[in-house]
Design a protein around this ligand. Structure first.
Ligand code: TYD
Length: 216
């Protein structure tokens, strides 16, 4: 195993149907093959409490109040950081999280219309002021994502049921959020899973080398 000088936190973000979860899995496998100790996790649902919260969020018959919805994601995040992310960073591992705080800005902020400054404040609090080192944003047109979601032929999640307008607000949210941010790797979700993995892995490894984070 290659030893890292410190833990590294990477979030994968994007709208439903962009291919982010496949990329997270493939990246985990690729980086592990390159002898980097990598942990794969997700929000919501990275901790045992988070799994219960994820089920709660997906099973509501009466729509949740947007603030209640956000606070459940924030509770998941607080537990995820305390139980999993912070210990893994302490152990100098590389963590890949399928979604993190920025999903709340896109979904509950741009999607549901909650105050974005408030979300940023509570996100920082629940994340103990830790920010991801890198964000991989898998960008895709809402129309393409919508077609993929339908083609899966699976039951739609609460958010997928919101329809194409909602997806458009999310895409606009992510674009606005990430266009001026330094540490974001923007990938084209139309690329094949293999190409996406290769591009993300190359960008991550080159960042690690530039930061000189491998112990010699
Ligand atoms: P899930 O099936 O776990 O995820 P995914 O589509 O990412 O594989 O469903 C999680 C849903 O919750 C997804 O539609 C995005 C949404 N979400 C929020 O609305 N806010 C958040 O803060 C997070 C982390 C996710």
């Amino acid at each position: 195993m290659q030893r890292l000088k410190r833990g590294i936190l990477i979030a994968i973000e994007g709208i439903d149907g962009c291919g982010k979860s496949t990329l997270a899995r493939n990246l985990h496998a690729t980086l592990t093959r390159q002898s980097i100790a990598t942990v794969l996790t997700k929000e919501p649902g990275g901790s045992p409490l988070g799994k219960e919260l994820r089920a709660l969020l997906q099973q509501q018959e009466i729509p949740l109040d947007p603030k209640a919805e956000y606070l459940l994601f924030a509770a998941d995040r607080a537990q995820h950081f305390a139980q999993l992310i912070i210990p893994a960073l302490y152990n100098k591992q590389l963590i890949i999280s399928d979604r993190m705080g920025d999903s709340s800005i896109a979904y509950q902020g741009y999607g549901r219309g909650l105050d974005i400054a408030m979300i940023k404040t509570i996100n920082a609090w629940s994340m103990q002021d830790i920010r991801p080192d890198l964000i991989v944003y898998v960008r895709i047109e809402p129309d393409t994502a919508w077609q993929r979601i339908w083609a899966r032929n699976e039951a739609l999640t609460t958010f997928e049921q919101e329809g194409i307008d909602f997806l458009q607000r999310l895409a606009h949210g992510f674009d606005t959020l990430f266009e001026s941010q330094q540490n974001v790797i923007i990938l084209d979700g139309n690329d094949t899973p293999d190409i996406l993995t290769q591009k993300a892995a190359t960008a991550i490894i080159s960042w690690i080398n530039t930061q000189q984070l491998i112990s010699q």
